[in-house]
Design a binder for this molecule. Sequence first.
Ligand SMILES: *Cc1c(COP(=O)(O)O)cnc(C)c1O
Length: 453
Amino acid sequence: MKFVSTRGTGEPVGFFEAFANGLAPDGGLYVPEYTPLLPSDLLIDEALPYPALAWDFLTLFDSDHDAEDLISLVDKSYGDFSDTMSAPLTQLSANLYVLELFHGPTLAFKDFGLQLVGNLFEEQIKRTGETINVLGATSGDTGSAAIHGLAGREGVNVFILYPKGRISKLQERQMTCTGAKNIFPIPIEGTFDDAQRIVKELMGDLDLKEKLRLSAVNSINIARILAQSIYYVHAFMQLAPDDRHNVNFVVPTGNFGNVFAGWLAYKMGLPVDRFVVATNQNDILYRLFTTGEYSESEDVSPSFAPSMDIQVASNFERFLYFHSDQDGDKTTELMAKIKTEGSLEIPNFDPDIFTATRSDDAEILANISRVKEEFDYTVDPHTACGFQDIDPNQTTIVLATAHPAKFPEVIKKATGEAVTEDSLEALKKKRQKRHNLKATPAAIQAFIEKNSA
Ligand SMILES: *Cc1c(COP(=O)(O)O)cnc(C)c1O
């Protein structure tokens, strides 16, 4: 399998190169050159162990690893998730299920992508003999998942910027308490956007990027998307055979990454009736699927579901490419229009398979409390967006993107109860290590130079 850029230029590349590049050289995102079909036994059989399914899936896209190396890669990535099912499907009522994606080391779904990414970086360092400095900015979950995917590995140091005082205390502890020598959490004054701007400036200087051997772990990496498609198949396989029809997946999302991964599985033959795109008050995707217009908002409005507080749905370009019949020129033209005008009326937009919901903070609280009362089940504020306007006549699977104990204040507010989780409690006793730096590219650059892998 080869991967091509959504902007249509450049030679197709293999899995290793698409992974290592992240962004394609023409500024586009990598997509598979064609869509392989899921092996039909996956749609009939009982659920496989997660690593076995991951192998069956990834082998369709990855022609660079030999079979045995791919087995070892998926075992290393998913073998020790705390629940052996890795993504268990929990039934709440006759036709309502929750897919729990929070059993990885940092208790959010990003572990699925970033555990794999961590192992891929390790292989890349062995293969090329070149060390790597990973640089990223986070509003919480991505940074901690990346750190846990890479902590303690040889040949890679990890520098993660985050806005001081603006991520949850537990999210901060997940980054600062690893005890690993190769991890450098960097709180800066300002917002997530300020942190992101510094990262973009340093990464945008191609000479510097090469000199410091900088790599990114951002959500547009095709390896992360493929890793996320797998759990949609896994969810389907856990349904009883009689229930495997008219399935709705409800996906709490901000940048369209998670829901695009599901849509890819659908294109590969997974029988899905509908994807419900569940946003918080930062509702660019809700507005898109209800009006056909993609229009970026001026500001991010901080919500109870902070990992979905975004202005730009960066993975949407992949969908736009397929919507444009895989025409790179057309996609380039549409993306340019978004860039200059800040908005785009999508031509011939008929989102048959997508619907959308939106939850403001009051609705997030109400959903947490209602789900608790009705089903005696606690959902985190992101997952709570998925419980908005559920169609009672459909088999519905809501993706639970984080463990509720990561957001104890909001849960307390909604239900009056405290939620805890052992690994998070243990963090409270550990020493924090972080590096307060000035929020300038020069200060960050000097720090990386001094602490480079
Ligand atoms: C990152 C994140 C999301 C949003 O994911 P997308 O990539 O925007 O689809 C939702 N919930 C949680 C808990 C997250 O960490």
